[in-house]
Design a protein around this ligand. Sequence first.
Ligand SMILES: [Zn+2]
Length: 360
Amino acid sequence: MAAAPRTKTTGWTLLCLLTACVTVASPGSGSAAWAATPAAPDVAPPVAADPAPPAAPPPPYGFGTVNGFGQHAEHERITRAALSCTPQRTGNDCFQPHSLDQLAGKSGTFGAVGVPDVDETFDASAHCDDADFLAVAGYPQSRTAATVTLGRCVNHLKADFSRGVTRAAEMVRAGVVAADEVGLAPDCTFALGVPGRAKCDALEGFGRALHGTQDFYSHSNWTDRADPSRRTGPHNPPGLARTVPAPFLNLAAPAALSTVPASLTTGCFSVWPGGCAGRLTHETLNKDTGLIDAATGAATAPTTSRGQVAGNFGAAVTVAIDSTRGQWKGFQDALTASYGPAEGTRLACALTHDHPVRDC
Ligand SMILES: [Zn+2]
C-alpha cells in the first residue's frame, strides 16, 4: 500500500512556488513535457522542432521531491525503499529512522536527496540532463558531445559523493564518535551548501549524489522501452531496457565513459521557448512521476507519457532503488578505502545509526 501523502511546510512551498513561477512564465519544451502529454506525431528524420507544448503545471526536475504539483516525493520514497531498516536489512546496511529522515526527507523537509531541486534546479549536471542523442542525420548534438555532457554529470555527482566521504571523517575524533558532530536535533539543513555538523554534511554529499543517479534512470532511456505502437524517432526514442544500474554511474568506481551505449540518451531540458528545438526532450523521455510505495518500492500510476509505456515508470524506479543500495555500498567501501576498515566501519555506523555515541 502506498504511504500516505505528505504535505510540506509553507517555507518549502514558497521555494517550490518560486520554481513554478519561473516555469509557468517560460514554458520551454523541456519543462512543459512533464504534463500529461498528448500523443506526439510520429516524425521521421531529419529531426523537426518539437510541437508547441500545451499549457502545463510546474515541472519536477527529475523524480519528484515534493507532494503536490503532480509530484509524490518520489526521491524520498525511492530512498526509503532502498535504505530503510527491515528484518532483512540491518546494521550498517540501512539507515535508522531519524537518520533516514535527514537523508530521504520527511514532511516539511526536502532531505539531502531532495536538495538539488532547491539550489541546483537549473544545473543540468546535477540531474543528468542534456545528454541527448539520436542516431539520425542532422541531429543537433553528436554522440561524442552527448557523452561529454553525461561525463559532466558523473563528475558532478562524484564530487558530491567525495565531499561526503571527506566530511564523514570529522564525526570521529581520536577514535571516539564526536557528539557535537553527529547530533540530529535540530534537523540538518542542506540548502546552498552551508557547512554544519559533520554527519549532516556527509549525508548532504551522499544525498546529492543519490539525487542525480536516481534521476538518470528517469531522465534516460537506460531502463525503458519505446512505444511499440509508434514509429521511433525524437518523440519515441529507442529504449535500452537495461535491468541493472549503469556502471559508469557507480560513483565509488565509475566505469569508463567508453562503456556508454551508442544509443543512450537523456533529455534536453530548458525553461526557455525553443531552448531544446529539434532535440529529444526531457518532456518526451522522463518517467518522473507516479506513486511509489516507500516500503516495497512498488511503482504504480505513472503520470508521464513515457512512464506510461511498457512498464517504464516501474522499470526506472526499480533500477533507481537498486542503484541507491549500490551507491551506499560504494560509499562504505570509500570510507574503508580512505580511513581503514575499523574507522570506515565506525563512520558508516555513525551515519546510519540514530545514537552513534552509544552504538558506534
Ligand atoms: Zn533532479
